[in-house]
Design a protein around this ligand. Structure first.
Ligand code: APR
Ligand code: ZN
Ligand code: ZN
Length: 367
């Protein structure tokens, strides 16, 4: 079948919407009619080359849709089911899958790095040329074939525009709080970078019962959003040194947890420098692949500080996304307020330009 899809042909280019040929799902795969796709910074990192990604590829890793067709052997899904694609495919049987860390599964890395399914092929073609699957899901396409292992069924009555946000921004941010840091009630938290993902770290910290939640950003509009999502303090890093401000707000002690949600060595270092003794800095943002960060050894050893990273919220999406849906339905997780703009699919490049300008919080394109 034919479908309109947003292709990245080479690093440095804009997305090009073209009509591609989508092959039918093979064994263990499903064809999804996409309803919405999220505009996340990680796709932009691929467009600019900060993140390695095979090209030409159909980008997009956050989304929601409806199963249109299932391939042979698919048992957990049927046509008509509402679903979310999971951007890190997991095999279900390896060491990391078994211990509840599916984002670390080698099968997922293979799909992500090659842009091909595990059998080494793709289901997209443009005039006979192979087009790759970004992160195995390629949500920037009217139709996408995805392995059953990377598709999660959600309740039939759940709004698909809101659902599109759950699969990356929300699970990555809230999950980093719940599963990477394991933020304790009454603790202090700093969040450096409060865009689409960082705002979810803030709301995760609020749900976890943190006492102080200090938001740091360069843009006044992001800090205003941060307050609405539970930040108790807001620091504009353009005007104030965030490390000094965080220390001042904690009586000189530093915070128990500092999240970096931008992807810059300088701000990862700020997170580390803002910690209390035994504090934990969690890098969530993605930096250019070759970047390094350095930290002073004295506080690392004599204050037992921890520096770690978190991918996909260190979560188990099949358990945690349903949990997030329940939190939303209970009025405890903000999704309506998170979705600040919806663009028609044809305007996807405009949506990315708005993200670069720092507008809104999280936007989607709809098909
Ligand atoms: N200090 C403070 N805030 C900053 C700085 C800085 N030096 N530089 C950028 N920011 C802020 C921006 O103003 C913006 O609000 O960081 C925020 C980044 O948010 P988004 O652009 O919305 O990006 P998002 O989709 O949240 O992704 C953030 O997480 O998953 C990764 O790949 C993703 O690296 C990216 C990061
Ligand atoms: Zn695995
Ligand atoms: Zn993302």
């Amino acid at each position: 079948m034919k479908a309109k899809a947003a292709i990245l042909f080479a690093v440095g280019q804009k997305l090009d919407i073209r009509e591609v040929e989508v092959e039918p799902p093979r064994s263990g795969e499903v064809l999804i009619k996409m309803a919405a796709a999220g505009i996340c910074h990680s796709d932009l990192h691929v467009m600019t080359g900060h993140l390695a990604g095979p090209t030409p590829a159909i980008l997009g890793h956050e989304g929601s849709g409806i199963v249109a067709e299932v391939g042979p052997g698919v048992t957990s899904l049927k046509p008509g089911d509402q679903v979310i694609p999971l951007w890190r495919l997991s095999c279900g049987v390896c060491e990391y899958c078994s211990e509840g860390r599916p984002a670390l599964c080698a099968a997922g890395s293979q799909v992500r790095m090659t842009g091909r399914f595990l059998d080494g092929t793709t289901r997209f073609k443009l005039d006979g040329m192979e087009i790759k699957h970004f992160a195995g899901v390629s949500t920037f396409s009217e139709y996408s074939v995805i392995p059953e292992q990377a598709v999660l069924k959600i309740p039939q009555d759940f709004p698909l525009d809101r659902a599109a946000l759950l699969g990356c921004g929300v699970i990555t941010g809230v999950g980093a709080v719940f599963y990477a840091a394991r933020v304790k009630p009454g603790s202090s938290v700093a969040v450096i970078g409060t865009g689409g993902v960082g705002i979810n770290v803030i709301q995760g910290a609020a749900i976890a019962g943190a006492e102080k939640i200090i938001a740091v950003d360069l843009l006044p509009n992001k800090l205003e959003f941060a307050r609405r999502f539970g930040a108790t303090h807001a620091i504009n890093a353009r005007e104030t040194n965030p490390v000094e401000a965080i220390r001042a707000l904690t009586g000189g002690r530093g915070v128990d947890y500092a999240f970096e949600v931008i992807g810059l060595p300088a701000t990862i270092r700020q997170a580390f420098d803002s910690l209390s003794k035994r504090g934990m800095a969690i890098a969530v943002g993605v930096t250019p692949m070759t970047t390094e960060v350095s930290v002073p050894i004295m506080p690392l050893v004599f204050e037992e500080r921890v520096l770690t990273g978190s991918v996909y919220g260190s979560s188990r999406p099949r358990i945690d996304i349903p949990m997030l849906i329940n939190l939303y339905r209970a009025g405890k997780l903000k999704l309506d307020e998170l979705l600040t703009r919806s663009y028609p699919f044809a305007q996807i490049n405009e949506a990315y330009e708005a993200l670069e300008r720092g507008e809104g919080l999280r936007s989607i394109v709809t098909f």
